[in-house]
Ligand binder design. Sequence first.
Ligand code: ADP
Length: 194
Amino acid sequence: MRIVLLGAPGSGKGTQASRLKKQLEVPHISTGDLLRAAVAAGSPLGRKAKAVMDAGQLVSDDIMLGMLEERLTQPDARNGFILDGYPRNLAQVEALDALLTRLHQPLDVVVKLNVPGEEIVGRCEIRFKAEGRADDNPEVVRKRLQVYAEQTAPVADWYQRHDMLRAVDGVGSLDEVFQRILDVLPGDRLAANG
Ligand code: ADP
């Protein structure tokens, strides 16, 4: 099963993706995590990315595509994946489409977690206090929400027009939201677990 998870910052993509990973036995590929690993490793790319991330902006499409291709072509992604954090703008939608076509691995479904803005701000505040992620401070969260509305919302519209989007209410207990996600996954792919 090949899934893209969409949703605003703090909508719960990461949490739900790690549950889905266990259920579907496919890797959870988070571009945010890949970037944070590059930052932690102190590579030149990581140093460049850090400043961009701390400002709540998007890292360049070229860098992201290179990282993504490297990850998607690892053996564990051959049977599927849950992609979280990509695509984040329309150029990335096209890049992903071209990459997956080349790899003969078309997407099965795009799941979008819907969470209202006020709830998002509150969740990021809690995460900021708990984890101290620099980009969760309230000012940067506002910037990330703005980037999301301007650049990432059109991504959902694109998948909607291509009849691939399944929207899920992201407010509720973790179990409730997880069940809602399972309910919109294509049943034939679930049965095949592939
Ligand atoms: P969230 O989903 O909570 O916004 P992520 O961990 O997915 O957080 O991403 C954190 C930051 O990493 C983003 O604000 C952005 O700077 C960068 N980033 C992640 N994915 C991408 C991407 N596909 N394109 C550009 N930048 C990205």
